[in-house]
Ligand binder design. Structure first.
Ligand SMILES: Nc1ncnc2c1ncn2[C@@H]1O[C@H](COP(=O)(O)OP(=O)(O)OP(=O)(O)O)[C@@H](O)[C@H]1O
Length: 297
């Protein structure tokens, strides 16, 4: 199965890429191969959606890019550097899923953002003027200055996301990995995050956004990487986020998909996407909520 999928993936260009994966295979210690022969290339100055069903290998790819798990085959390059070099130079920043964070841990907002500077500090982690300035600027940029002395656990879901975005900004990450940035945030925060991602894109950074919120992909992602144990397809969203590719990735029959806002759902809502899964139970993703056919969250 994997071989067939790998053959279907487009070839990877050799040009200077922001983020490049060539034939990447990751096998966990228990022998499970979560990613097989994954290849894609993302230029700098782009926002790319990483899309696929649960277990498709999105987190595994993130872990490989961050050097948490080794690629058992193939190579990953970030701004023409190996994963090791990129780690040493603090090139990769990560905005985690909310579930990965222990929110009961007593830490102030400004301390979380300062963590983005750790890679640049000495062993004692004593912040210098430049570190404090970077934290101030990052908090300002995400509109969280007034919350800097709050405990992280006292914030709303959207505010927490903004704090972790600020950490990535303080780090000055050139490749920013975002895991489900729109889950648990309201529409206004989603708009703020999208505006920020666009600004970061215009600065030439590479953003890879893992999302189940398919409706927003054509809206703000220049490129899409579709996964299912490997990379099924990658490229500009206009040519990759297609009905055919989505059906391959999600294994169902797709209804009412909006592609760049050209095709609308019956009720005229351009952000609604319906996919009939293998067991014929349709689900609709809209904003951060997944609804069943009956419309129940
Ligand atoms: N540490 C691990 N050891 C062994 N297998 C793992 C490990 N982590 C994940 N896997 C397996 O690898 C596969 C890919 O998992 P991964 O977490 O990368 O998927 P995902 O696309 O991020 O899913 P989701 O959308 O649910 O977050 C799954 O079958 C999962 O069970």
């Amino acid at each position: 199965m994997f071989n067939r999928q790998a053959q279907n993936a487009q070839p990877v260009a050799n040009g200077p890429a922001g983020l490049l994966a060539r034939d990447v295979t990751v096998t966990y210690r228990n022998g499970h191969t979560a990613l097989r022969g994954a290849s894609f290339a993302i230029p700098r100055g782009t926002v790319t959606a990483l899309v696929g069903v649960n277990g498709a290998g999105k987190s595994t790819l993130f872990k490989a890019i961050m050097g948490f798990v080794p690629a058992t085959r193939g190579e990953i390059r970030l701004l023409d550097r190996t994963v090791k070099q990129a780690l040493r130079e603090n090139i990769v920043a990560y905005v985690p899923q909310s579930e990965e964070v222990d929110w009961s841990f007593p830490v102030l907002v400004e301390d979380v953002v300062m963590m983005g500077r750790y890679g640049r500090m000495g062993l004692l982690r004593r912040p210098r003027t430049a570190d404090r300035a970077a934290v101030d600027a990052a908090l300002e940029r995400v509109g969280m200055q007034e919350f800097r002395h709050r405990q992280i656990g006292e914030l709303s879901g959207g505010q927490r996301k903004r704090v972790f975005l600020a950490r990535a900004l303080a780090q000055d990450g050139q490749v920013i990995l975002l895991d489900e940035p729109f889950t648990g945030v309201d529409v206004k925060t989603e708009e703020q995050i999208v505006t920020l991602l666009r600004a970061l894109r215009d600065e030439g950074r590479v953003m890879l956004v893992s999302t189940h919120n398919l409706g927003s992909v054509p809206e703000f992602c220049d490129r899409t990487v579709l996964m299912k144990g490997t990379v099924l397809a990658h490229g500009p969203t206009a040519t990759t986020f297609t009905r055919e590719n989505l059906e391959r990735a999600f294994g169902g029959v797709l209804r009412h998909v909006t592609l760049g806002g050209t095709e609308l759902h019956d009720d005229g809502d351009p952000r609604r996407v319906t996919i009939l899964t293998d067991d014929e139970r349709p689900f609709v993703q809209y904003g951060d909520k997944t609804h069943t056919a009956e419309g129940q969250p």
